[in-house]
Structures are given as C-alpha cells and as structure tokens.
Design a protein around this ligand. Sequence first.
Ligand code: 13P
Length: 254
Amino acid sequence: MRKKIVAGNWKMNKTFDEGVQLVKEIIELYSKEVTSQVYVVLAPPFIHLYKLQPLLFGMPMLELGAQNCSNMPNGAYTGEISAAMLKSVGCDYVIIGHSERRAYFNETNDWLAKKVDIALANLMQPIYCVGETLEERNNGKFYEVIESQLRDALFHLPEEQMRHVVVAYEPVWAIGTGQTATSAQAQEMHAFIRKIIADKYGDELSENISILYGGSVKPDNAKELFEQPDIDGGLIGGAALQARSFIDIVKGIK
Ligand code: 13P
C-alpha cells in the first residue's frame, strides 16, 4: 500500500527561534488531533534540522526533510550541503527539483538526476518535483514537459531504487498564487504520471509510488484534493508556516 504523506516546505522562511516554536506547535496539535495513518514531513531550511531532530523523537510518523542537496558527495563546493550531511542530522527525505530551483538556480533534469542518485545512495527518499509553467499549460505541451521531467531525472534508476522515490506534481502556475489546480485537473495529471511510471516499471511498482500534489493547498481545498484516487498527499508551502493551517491540511487525509 502506498504511503500517505503531507510535507511542509518552509522555503526560505523562519528564523531559528521561530522554527523551533512552529515545530513545537505542530507536535502539540498533531498529537491531539491527527488520527489517520499519514506521514508528516517537515522540510525547514538547513539551519533548523539539527535542532529539530530530537524534538521529533518518539513520533515515528513525523519526519524530517531537506529542501535541496548537493549533487556532489563532498569536497570544495563552497556553500553546498551534501546528502550525507543531511542524513547525519536525521533527514529521511530531500526535496529535489522544486520549480523555484529549476527557475532561479538553473537546475536541469540531468543535474537533478545526480541529486536523486546521491539522495538514494544516502538512504533518503527524494521528493522529486515536476510541474509545467502557465505557458506550457496554455500551449498544450504540459504532458510532454512532465513526461520528460520524469524520464530524464528518474528513469535511469533500477526498480529497487525507484520504489523509494516520492513524486510531487506542482504546477508552477499554482504555486503561491492562490490559484490551485482543480481536483479534476490534479487527478488527471497524477493518473498520467502513474501511467508513465507503470509503462516503464510496471503496474505493481507504480501503484505503490506516492504522488503528492502541491500548489496553493489550503485547509479548505485539501480534503477534496486528497480524496482523488491518485493523489497521495500534499507538498505545502505558505500554509505550512502556521501550525493551525498545516495540521488542518494534514487532517484532510482520511
Ligand atoms: P504554496 O503552497 O505556497 O503554493 O507552495 C507550494 C510549494 O511550492 C510547495 O513546495
């Protein structure tokens, strides 16, 4: 059975003290209110990770993720953080290929393929992001774009590694805009992604891959999105910065 996951991507937000406070509030609300079998992944900026790990002890369904990692194992790469470093502070997941990194830091599918490899080699699950721009949606190219993002960064993986990948579909036009994809649009793309994976790796593997939706997920639209048969949770930006809205989204998973 595939895992249900709600991940909070804090992006470049929260000072150290604010981050600790937010996680304490999330833990409190989560412990009181969340009853479903859902993995909750917190992906704060790097500086928070070491401090947050002990706060999550004894909470097996609350896990840590990073927002990025280097595509190199170690060495003279000033300013980079390696996958091994992230694993050493308790990260189980790493977001790879977020559209903000593709757009502002020129990360290409080939480059991202190396990050996926290095994350898996360090026993972390990549949350690999795909998504089309508004222009690509409007000119009808969006299926091709998503297919090449999957093929070029993931499809070199052997089956036993592909099983550990989580895919996040985040249409760029829905990120931070308040304009979420409709549940029908999201479901359509998730079903397409699952089919592309099935064509390469077979139905059994594809049925067991978690595919998350991201882009303006809020407490009032989460439940309908998460009820779609191919949507296994969410990757949340703005609404993950407050414990109340984040936990209300988590509660949208049955
Ligand atoms: P928003 O939820 O703020 O639209 O951001 C989505 C996102 O980019 C998560 O990675």
